[in-house]
Design a protein. Sequence first.
Length: 446
Amino acid sequence: MNRRVLIVSPHFAPINAPDGQRVRMSLRYFREFGWEPVVLAVDANYVEATVDPLLLESIPTDVPVHRCRALPVRWTRWLGIGTLGLRAWPFLRQAGDRLLREQRFDLVYFSTTQWITLTLGPRWRRLHGVPFIVDLQDPWVSDYYDRPGAPRPPGGWKYRFAQWQAKRLEAPTFRAAAGFVSVSPVYLENLRTRYAWFATRPAAVVPFGADEEDLAIARRSVAEPAFTRAPGKLHVLYVGAVGPIMRPALELLFAGVRTLQTTAPTLAMRLRLHFIGTNYAPGRRAVAYVQHLANSTGMGSLVEEIPTRIGYFHALKTMLEADALLLLGSDDSGYSPSKIAATGLARRPTLALIPGGGALEKTLETAAFAVLARYSPSWEVETVSDFFTNLAAGRVATADMSDRVFADCYSARARTREQCAIFDRAVRTGHGSTRGQGQRGGPRSH
């Protein structure tokens, strides 16, 4: 008989948000590895994010999905509160209490960057005797903007309040956790340094996977690519959020193109660099960061930016239509793009502009599908210009990720197997479980 896991994923399908994709892609594989999933999410009507109805096609119909309300953002925005986690916290608490009281669960799995919801873990452990696991898709406490030379933090007082809150809530919340999954080894290393007890918890690095079925859904979609193809042009695409932490990657890209303008001006004129879905802000509030930087460096005529987010499957279909793809690194050493596996699966020539010596470099070297151009410790401008020269000449610019490597290491199925291994260890070791200690006057029965 499979164990049962309650998965807390506020940004769940049909919401198109990065922190909901791991759960969505894993659902069809949990049972294969001994776990029966149940999802607790927030109703899409209460979420400010792009909705992609096609995401629902990839959800197994026999997986229960429970949805709760949240305070409407039109009520809370006048207080300066738009964060989904804060707006949904009391409703997630109520729904989780009911599910854990009425049904048997062996584990709770928080897979979200809505950090405040993690504080429900200790509550449910205490009241219902069920251990919980945390999925670290980003760091909760971050010192990035405190480092010398770092850009000004976004959000003003909201960011400062979020970090003040994080520094007070992370330790008691994480100490009660039974285990951890992380997209980056850096996040785990930081926690081991910060907390002596962390070494006693099961933890594993599990980057995002990708699924062939997602590409099949994208190909069946009637949506047109998000860019317009022009005859004779080379369309190079990046899909995803962009911010100041990626500025060095963009500057390296533009430096490589400037070299082409000198050495191969005709080729440089053929390039069209498309950046799509670069800002999380909805609609007209989205800001075109890349276009502004391109204009300031003389690259504006080659760049087209659509800052508004597009649907997940629309993004995949657009990737399949591009002549080449870009991956942008960050000057945050722990950064691990959620789109690595999907980019490899698209099997398009790929240029990754990244810092040298970090976790991202090791990941991409192992995956072996992208050309790596590093912007530290030195700028590999020639690698960038050579990539576009090879692309124009029709030469293979990358090595395809083999089917075997993808299936064994980067598929959603392989990543789900790794998640479930941590689930098993957490339940087996009993970290965080209060079963047998009594609940409401007596032991929890199953």
